[in-house]
Design a protein around this ligand. Structure first.
Ligand code: ADP
Ligand code: MG
Length: 696
């Protein structure tokens, strides 16, 4: 039997370990630092470092590393051992406060978007005491922020921490307006639901596209996809179940609150949801979760695919970012309570989010923009690239009452009448689920559903935090001087909802009518990264980020540059992989199959001349025509790739890759898939979609 409470957090220098290993006074000082966000005195840091090292060595660690999140989107680490030489050729294990607080990795090989030329290689990592250190593979991992020699953020964590600060500042002002003088700190809570695919490692290893790109670039549709809806919540196969069990245990050791696991819609697709945590820790944990998923999969002879669209024709993978705001006294500011109509503080918070989403549709879209996610948003599947909010019937009624001044008719929580006597009746949730909404209010939190499965959630969260903080600041400015806060707030809520109600949409976001309706409402529809990214550095956005000190203009521009560059590079890699597969494997395979057909046709002609023309000659003609066409498409893709070299501007390059390279890849693929459908399985050089999707 496994003892989960004992196992949970066993690899983490958490509160319990701190209490045990730190002198009482140091523990208190450290806690204060964590809670108030103050800088730590070096003497205290020395004591903490020593205790951390003792704990780490007792738990099998020999090294330490500053663990950080550069703009690649994944995590980075450089390991140093604790050893320090002594006289007599021996070593002792040492770790100082200075080493804990600050690291100096060479920053020159991380993307910086022009912030740092390679000759200014120095970068710093700085300890983030608000996220616990942990042991991974024999190294003490210290969560850190990463910046350049000149202090610019080069990572995903820094703006997230800054945005949490500014949300704290503005939300506290609102709380004070409403007479709350006890709350001293407000933080965001985040629960990211993570989708992923599992495929057999042996099958994966035979596909260059999966190896280099994480997604298939070719592949004819299998006879069966997801049309029977038989995978979603279906019983979990033994091999997957063993993986999930192992995964849970590994995550629990890291103090990650892995809670829910189930099969998802597409074959071979699954989901894991943790219990929510503060925004910063949830982000670190999600990064760690993705890493652990991959490692545990390997142990089971599987590969975990985190790409947003590994397979055409079935659902891709996303990440649902559940977000709320909570006080240090334990109050969720998005809890509507029994009578939301009378809950002015809640309505102010709600109005702030409505306005923020409407004002910053562009930023929310940008926060989830990646080459992988472009295959979902605004393409064949959902959620669409258009931002809108779902509030549910209850809040719709509240807002109707706010706007009309008429009385709010609360239905109370409706009772669900079950139809069989033996089943108990139960109360229904106040809002139904609207699975198609990109930004849905779900009871006491918002669920932002546009994130891609592989993305670092820091970006979406620092953007949500900043845009909401910005509106709260304006609200606080208006309400702080008011004589009668309640009346002033009512007026403000009404005005805000009036002005921004176009963003609320409770219907089906996947329908074509919505696309037209959204256009009539003047909502943005940014279908791809190259269309969205140029808006990142608009005047509005520069003002927003610099005003709240979340990003400087230079940092913002560099981030935009990094995203554009990454997009083009990814499509370039995909194109080169497609060309490699086409020229080296597909053309030879089809040619040799045609040769087989020709030989068989010749034999038939000699043995049974009355049967000519034969089935082989028909097929031979068809495949030869397709192959001729395929070779032309190869040529076109080759030319498209080369064409990118003449463009200088990053935004133009990205657009070029989308319009020319990606388009040429799609045309190439269509012909390949047609040939695959007409060939013997043995003659095709790669495992089929069927083998990939149904192999586990
Ligand atoms: P569903 O699949 O219906 O969206 P789940 O229960 O799988 O629902 O996921 C809901 C997620 O929302 C969980 O990660 C949960 O911890 C998180 N969550 C619940 N309450 C909050 C909150 N106040 N703030 C942030 N996240 C929350
Ligand atoms: Mg969800």
């Amino acid at each position: 039997m496994i003892n989960v409470p004992e196992m949970f957090g066993s690899c983490v220098f958490n509160d319990e370990a701190m209490r045990k290993y730190l002198p009482k006074g140091t523990y208190k000082e450290l806690k204060k630092t964590i809670e108030d966000g103050k800088a730590l005195d070096i003497n205290i840091a020395n004591v903490v470092a020593h205790a951390m090292k003792e704990w780490a060595i007792e738990n099998g660690a020999t090294h330490y590393t500053h663990w950080f999140q550069p703009m690649t989107g994944i995590t980075a680490e450089k390991h140093d051992s604790f050893i320090s030489p002594t006289s007599g050729g021996k070593v002792i294990m040492e770790f100082s406060g200075k080493e804990l607080i600050k690291g100096e990795p060479d920053a020159s090989s991380f993307p910086s978007g022009g912030i740092r030329a390679t000759f200014e290689a120095r970068g710093y990592t700085a300890w983030d005491p608000t996220s616990y250190a942990f042991i991974k593979d024999g190294s003490l991992c210290i969560p850190t922020a990463f910046c350049s020699y000149t202090g610019e953020a080069l990572d995903k964590k820094t703006p997230l921490l800054r945005s949490m600060e500014c949300l704290n500042t503005q939300a506290l002002r609102i709380l004070r307006v409403f007479g709350d003088n006890t709350t001293t700190h407000v933080t965001t809570t985040v629960g990211p639901e993570q989708e992923y695919f599992l495929v057999d490692k042996k099958v994966f290893d035979q596909r260059k596209d999966l190896i280099y790109c994480g997604r298939t670039l070719f592949g004819a549709r299998p006879p069966k996809g997801q049309e029977l809806d038989d995978h979603y919540f279906g019983s979990i196969k033994p091999r997957v179940s063993a993986f999930m069990k192992d995964l849970d245990e590994e995550l629990w050791k890291y103090g990650i609150l892995a809670k829910t696991k189930h099969n998802e819609v597409a074959p071979a697709q699954h989901e894991l949801a943790p219990i929510f945590d503060t925004g910063n820790i949830a982000t670190d944990h999600n990064q760690l979760t993705m890493e652990v998923m991959k490692k545990v999969a390997e142990k089971h002879g599987l590969v975990c695919l985190l790409h947003e669209k590994p397979f055409a024709g079935v659902n891709g993978s996303g990440k649902h970012n559940n977000w709320s705001v909570t006080t240090n006294t334990g109050k969720n500011l998005f809890e509507p309570s029994k009578n939301p109509r009378e809950n002015t503080l809640f309505l102010v918070m709600l109005a702030a989010v409505i306005r923020a989403v409407d004002d910053h549709q562009d930023l929310l879209r940008i926060s989830v923009a990646s080459a992988g996610n472009d295959h979902r948003l605004g393409a064949n599947e959902a959620p669409p690239a258009i931002l809108s909010m779902y509030l549910g019937d209850d809040l719709k009624e509240v807002l109707r009452s706010v706007l009309s001044g008429e009385e709010y008719v609360s239905e109370g929580k409706p009772v669900m009448q079950t139809t069989a006597e033996v089943l108990p009746n139960f109360t229904k949730d106040t809002s139904d689920r609207n699975r198609t909404s990109p930004f849905a209010f779900t009871g006491n939190k918002f669920e932002f559903r546009m994130l891609g499965s592989a993305e670092n959630i820091a970006c979406a969260n620092f953007i949500i935090n900043t845009m909401v903080a910005d509106v709260l600041e304006d609200f606080a400015n208006q309400l702080e001087g008011a004589e009668d806060v309640k009346t002033a707030a009512e007026t403000l809520i009404k005005k805000t909802v009036e002005e921004h109600k176009r963003i609320i949409f409770n219907g089906n976001n996947y329908s074509d009518e919505w696309v037209e309706e959204a256009a009539r409402r003047g909502l943005l529809n940014l279908r791809s990264l190259p269309e969205a990214l140029p808006l990142y550095t608009s005047e509005k956005n520069i003002r927003l980020f610099t005003k709240h000190k979340v990003l400087t203009e230079k940092e913002l521009r560099s981030r935009c540059e990094v995203l554009l560059e990454k997009y083009s590079k990814i499509i370039n890699i995909e194109a080169l992989t497609a060309l490699d597969m086409a020229k080296k494997d597909i053309v030879p395979a089809v040619s040799s199959y045609i040769k087989d057909l020709a030989e068989t046709a010749n034999v038939v002609k000699q043995v049974a001349p009355e049967l000519v023309p034969t089935a082989q000659t028909d097929l031979l003609r068809k495949l030869t025509n397709l192959l001729n066409c395929f070779v032309k498409k190869i040529d076109a893709l080759d030319k498209a790739v080369v064409g990118a070299k003449d463009i200088e501007d990053e935004a133009e390059i990205a657009m070029y890759f989308k319009e020319h390279v990606l388009a040429a890849m799609q045309e190439l693929r269509a012909v390949a898939d047609e040939m695959e459908s007409n060939m013997s399985a043995k003659a095709w050089p790669y495992p089929s979609y069927g083998a990939l999707l149904f192999s586990v």
